[in-house]
Design a binder for this molecule. Structure first.
Ligand SMILES: [Fe+2]
Length: 316
């Protein structure tokens, strides 16, 4: 097992991030981006129909759940910092994790257009960003790791070795990412892509799943080495085998929800709660459009975003 450890720098007073506006924006932007009539997400194939939303969402109380959740995670009395940051164009969640005492921080799945925002949050919180990690080679957006490294040369990019992509640190199954007194366990979870990796924060019962499992869904398996059998095995062996209270934080959500749990997905995931043969049939019968960003995202993400980007891609 390798342990990746960063430097210790400064500490300053934290700020808060509002999640109510974020959830509202998510709902509005889906309609603007994909059209009122198109209720099937082109990225994951999940229907946005009210029939398939969770009872919590249908009652319109999901925002309240989010606010409570964020308040708990960002609580000033605790020893860690957690921020869930949304890119409202690709519906990607970027996660900022930090040790409140040492200020060491890790960013998971940054998006290039949102790097200025992310860097401002890091600065406001007085954090020392030591790692910027990608859960996989994304097809729907360009990673922000290349731009972050330009702004913070001491920050190291990370991605799974299996992905074949370039990065400062090539992660292997079983590696541990250290930041302050905390650590993330790296678990290979192939199936959406060969190089998908899930990060498990055992100390806080939090899991960052990338696209392996989404809230009541999962990543598509029809391109980028996608394989539904592998995805089913990965999710059940590496994620849904964790304690049932563990909280799952996906790379995307298109319904305004922010997290789920192992218990919920074992019970309610309309694909992954089924037997493997049923899951494979469901995934093979999905008819999904070609991702809009894939032709420019894949080449850029294979070099971890260190790429000759168009100017508009780096402004927000
Ligand atoms: Fe993906």
């Amino acid at each position: 097992m390798r342990v990746l450890r960063g430097l210790v720098v400064t500490f300053s007073k934290p700020t808060r991030v509002l999640s109510r506006a974020h959830a509202t924006l998510t709902q509005r932007s889906f309609a603007e981006t994909f059209g009122q009539q198109n209720r099937k997400c082109p990225l994951c194939g999940f229907f946005q129909s009210g029939d398939l939303l969770s009872p919590v969402s249908r009652r319109g109380s999901a925002v309240g759940v989010n606010v409570r959740t964020m308040a708990a995670f960002g609580g000033r009395d605790d020893d860690f910092i957690f921020r869930q940051l949304l890119d409202y164009k690709s519906f990607t969640y970027t996660y900022l994790l930090a040790d409140r005492t040492t200020s060491d921080a890790v960013l998971i799945d940054p998006v290039v257009e949102m790097v200025n925002r992310d860097m401002q949050v890091v600065k406001d919180l007085g954090l020392n960003l030591i790692f910027a990690a990608n859960t996989h080679v994304h097809a729907d957006h360009i990673t922000g790791t290349g731009e972050i490294k330009k702004k913070l040369p001491g920050c190291k990019s990370m991605i799974a070795d299996v992905s074949g992509a370039k990065a400062d640190v090539k992660l292997k199954h079983g590696d541990t990412i250290k930041f302050g007194k905390f650590e993330l366990e790296c678990r290979n979870t192939p199936g959406h892509t060969d190089g998908c990796m899930t990060f498990v924060w055992h100390q806080k019962s939090m899991v960052f799943t990338g696209d392996a499992i989404l809230i009541r869904g999962c990543g598509r398996t029809d391109f980028q080495q996608g394989n539904p059998q592998n995805l089913y095995d990965s999710v059940h062996k590496q994620i849904l085998s964790l304690p049932r209270h563990f909280m799952l934080f996906p790379a995307h959500d298109y319904t305004g929800q922010t997290m789920t749990t192992v218990d919920e997905e074992l019970k309610y995931n309309p694909r992954l709660s089924k037997p493997k043969s049923d899951f494979v049939k469901i995934m093979k019968e999905l008819t999904l459009p070609y991702p809009k960003q894939i032709d420019k995202a894949l080449p850029a993400n294979m070099v971890c975003g260190a790429y000759d980007l168009p100017a508009e891609a780096t402004t927000n």
